[in-house]
Structures are given as structure tokens and as C-alpha cells.
Design a protein around this ligand. Structure first.
Ligand SMILES: *Cc1c(COP(=O)(O)O)cnc(C)c1O
Length: 454
């Protein structure tokens, strides 16, 4: 049997992050302030360190990775890539399936890649405290870990429903020294208002972001960190795709389709953008390359959302970003891929989708668990429910190859493991999970709540 595990040396850890802005046919639309005018970098200075703000607005193709960040990456990078021989056999497909496994990071997902960078730059700027939100808990864990590495206290607002449902993610954050509050919480004005309206509010990612931003904006010693969506987060994740390209060189193949699940868009950006760079450079291997973002039918931001300026949080504290959105007051159905329940999407991913340089598909929940179980039973690794979306789309592509007889090369990013999601797997096995199609009426309704600009 040909090679299964494709490894790199520590010296292959990328020295630069890739910035897709340098290769975009149109420059990104600027974020807007409350007055509807483009904001300058200084508007972000109360909550982000200048080094990250510079990356946020940068058009430079390559951004050097500071040595202490590369040093921390050595804990778990380069991450392994695998050829999924057993999955291919099980499907009987002529396709060659490859996946890169980001679950080897200490917190168990790709999010450590940016958490480490963000904690480093904040520490460099003399910041000793970070506030953030977490949905399902993965981002909170990554930032708790990274804060610990660089001497920063971390305060996490965790969406109430996850706080109750995923106690062990909470325990992990505590183990790494972070404070964790259920959101909405009594610690912020935003949280107190939400609790007055509904003391039993399950919370939402947008609400938790509002709380963390409020805290960071109102305390000079505290900055804010976001685990996806923003440009600098997408740049940081490109080490995934850069490593994958080297791994493909080692086996002498090149993908026809690159697939990743899409919540805020950063792991998709990380896997896909370095391949988009090949396309932009006219690399003949990338001529017909497809880049596929996969989202849940219950939160179909790219495939059914509006391309419009909207807030990144629920109460409107953040700048307005041009992105696909279901409306900032979107209350997500409680599907189990918590990391994919966000009303908006990365402005970079959104613009590339709008300009038809990438594709998107929405898949229903039950089919994603079915794919995840098939994957665990063939390849061994138990995937995070978020990652199961990428696996679903990859299996669908592989089954098409079976019909047409084409031996396509498929590549997906296995963004994390599912070890803290076994309660969701249990629900799947006992038939308690349902499919949920986000209602068209709610999507139309959201249009009326979008902020009016331009
Ligand atoms: C957070 C998370 C996602 C969603 O990532 P985005 O970069 O925001 O799209 C996907 N998979 C796992 C395992 C996650 O923890």
C-alpha cells in the first residue's frame, strides 16, 4: 500500500503567513464606522494591538512569522497529512482522498494557530489581559492555552447553552488558567440587559462577542481577541495550506478540490488561500482547482445569506463589515457543530465567494454525523462535528468520482477532533438529532434589520 502518513520536518514550518489580499482581483471593501464612513486603523486601537491592526489592513503578500510564534508552533507543527486509503476503499472510489489533521494541537483544533500569534502580539504590546467569547468552547480553550504561554490572563464569555452542555471544555479553560462566564452574564451592561429581558436566555455567539468587546473597550488593561472572521485571523491560518502544498509535493500530487468547513471562515481560508495563490500566479496545476466551503443548512450564511454591511456582534458594538450575513440578531438553532453557528462570515471569504473565485455548499446535520462516523470507522480519528461538514462534502465528491470513474485528488482540512463532542455523537446514535433547514422567512426578515448604509 502506498504512503499513508505524510510528514514534514520542523524546518518546514512556514516562515511567513500568506495574505490573499495581495492576489485578490478587487481590493477588500473597507470596514465602516457608526457614521457609515470607512474607519481608520486607529478606531481599532482600543481593543487590538497595532501589530495585528497592521495585518488587518495589510496588502503585503507575505507577513513574517515572529520566531517566538514559530517556536510555539513547534509543539504540534507541522501537522500531519494523511492519504485516506481506508476511506477510499470503503467508498469504492477511484478518487485519492487526502486530509490534514489540525486536531494534533494541544487544544484540539486549528484555532491554536491564531491564538498563539494573537497572544504573542498582545504580550509584545504590554497587554496582560484578554477578553474573548467562545461558542462551543474550542476558541476559548485555544486562547486560554496561548494566554498561559505568553503571560496573559484570559477572560472568556461562553455562550450559555454550551456552558451548560460542554462542561469539559470549561474545565480545560480552567486548567489553562482562564476565567469563564456563561453569556449573557451579569458582568457587562450588555449581558445585564439581555438577562433582564430573558433570565433564561441561551445566549448566542453574537451576544458573547458584544460582552467581550464591551469589556475590552471599557478597560484600558484589556484587549479583545477574535478566533475567526477577521483578516489577520485568516492570514494566520494559512500555515495549514502552505504545509499541505509541501506535503502534496512529497507525494507528487496536486488537489483538484480543496474542501473545508466554514463557520467564520478562517480554517477554510487557511486551507484554501495558499492554493488560490497558485491559481492567481497562473500555475497550470491549479487551472481547474475548485475551493469548496461547507456550511450547515441550519446556518447557511454563504449559500442563503445577504451580501451586505452588518455588525459582527449582536448589539452593534463592532465596525460594519461587508460580508454574507443572516443578520446580526440571528438566533441560531442549537445544532451540534457549535463552531459553525455564526451569523456572518469572513469578509475575505465572502468577497471571494461573491466574485465566484470559491464555491460553497450547505449540508444537513444528520448527513454530517453519518459521514463523521464513516470516517471514524475507516480512518480511526473521531472528527469534530464542524469537521464532519468537510468530510460530508468530500465523500459526496468522492462518490461522484465513482460514478464518472475520474481519479480526482480531493483534499480536506480535518479542523479538529471530536473528543469533547461525544454527547452529540450519542444523540446521533440514539436518533435524537434532527435536520434543520433555516426558514426562508427568517432570512427575509433579517434583511429588514440590517444596518442602513450607502
Ligand atoms: C471553530 C471551529 C471551526 C470553525 O472554524 P472557522 O475558522 O470559524 O470557520 C471548525 N472546526 C473546528 C474543529 C472548530 O473548532
Amino acid at each position: 500500500m502506498p504512503q499513508t502518513k505524510i510528514l514534514l520536518d520542523e524546518s518546514d514550518i512556514p516562515t511567513h503567513w500568506y495574505n490573499v489580499v495581495a492576489d485578490m482581483p478587487n481590493q477588500p471593501a473597507p470596514p465602516l464606522g457608526p457614521d457609515g464612513k470607512p474607519i481608520g486603523p486607529e478606531a481599532l486601537a482600543p481593543i487590538f494591538p497595532m501589530a495585528l491592526i497592521e495585518q488587518e489592513v495589510s496588502a503585503e503578500r507575505w507577513i513574517p512569522i515572529p520566531e517566538p510564534v514559530r517556536e510555539a508552533y513547534r509543539l504540534y507543527r507541522p501537522s500531519p497529512m494523511f492519504r485516506a486509503h481506508r476511506l477510499e476503499q470503503m467508498l469504492g472510489t477511484p478518487a485519492h482522498i487526502y486530509y490534514k489533521y489540525e486536531g494534533v494541537s494541544p487544544a484540539g483544533s486549528h484555532k491554536d494557530n491564531t491564538a498563539i500569534a494573537q497572544a504573542y502580539y498582545n504580550a509584545q504590546a504590554g497587554i496582560h489581559r484578554l477578553a474573548t467569547e467562545t461558542g462551543a468552547g474550542q476558541w476559548g480553550c485555544s486562547l486560554a492555552l496561548a494566554g498561559q504561554m505568553f503571560g496573559i490572563d484570559v477572560r472568556v464569555f461562553m455562550v450559555k447553552v454550551s456552558y451548560d452542555q460542554k462542561p469539559f471544555r470549561r474545565s480545560m479553560m480552567h486548567t489553562w488558567g482562564a476565567e469563564v462566564f456563561a453569556s449573557p452574564s451579569p458582568h457587562t451592561a450588555t449581558g445585564r440587559r439581555a438577562l433582564e429581558v430573558d433570565p433564561d436566555s441561551p445566549g448566542s455567539l453574537g451576544m458573547a462577542i458584544s460582552e467581550a468587546v464591551e469589556e475590552a473597550a471599557s478597560r484600558p488593561d484589556t484587549n479583545y481577541a477574535l478566533g475567526s472572521v477577521l483578516n489577520h485571523v485568516c492570514h494566520h491560518q494559512t500555515i495549514i495550506g502552505q504545509e499541505a502544498k509541501k506535503q502534496f509535493e512529497k507525494v507528487g500530487e496536486y488537489p483538484d478540490v480543496v474542501i473545508a468547513c466554514c463557520g467564520g471562515g478562517s480554517n477554510f481560508a487557511g486551507a484554501a488561500f495558499p492554493f488560490l495563490a497558485d491559481k492567481a500566479a497562473g500555475d497550470p496545476r491549479a487551472k481547474n482547482l475548485r475551493l469548496l466551503a461547507v456550511e450547515p443548512t441550519s446556518c447557511p450564511t454563504l449559500t442563503r445569506g445577504h451580501y451586505a454591511y452588518d455588525f459582527g456582534d449582536s448589539v452593534g458594538l463592532t465596525p460594519l463589515m461587508l460580508m454574507y450575513t443572516l443578520g446580526h440578531d440571528f438566533m441560531p438553532p442549537s445544532i451540534h457543530a457549535g463552531g459553525l453557528r455564526y451569523h456572518g462570515d469572513s469578509p475575505l471569504v465572502s468577497q471571494l465567494y461573491h466574485e465566484k473565485l470559491i464555491e460553497a455548499v450547505a449540508v444537513p446535520q444528520l448527513a454530517t454525523f453519518e459521514a463523521g462516523v464513516a470516517f471514524a470507522r475507516s480512518e480511526g480519528i473521531i472528527p469534530a462535528p464542524e469537521s464532519c461538514h468537510a468530510i460530508r462534502a468530500c465523500i459526496d465528491e468522492a462518490m461522484q468520482c465513482k460514478e464518472t470513474g475520474e481519479p480526482k485528488v480531493l483534499f480536506f482540512n480535518l479542523s479538529g477532533h471530536g473528543h469533547f463532542d461525544m454527547a452529540s455523537y450519542d444523540k446521533y446514535f440514539s436518533g435524537q438529532l434532527e435536520d434543520y433547514e433555516y426558514p426562508a422567512a427568517a432570512i427575509d426578515e433579517a434583511l429588514h434589520h440590517l444596518p442602513k448604509v450607502g
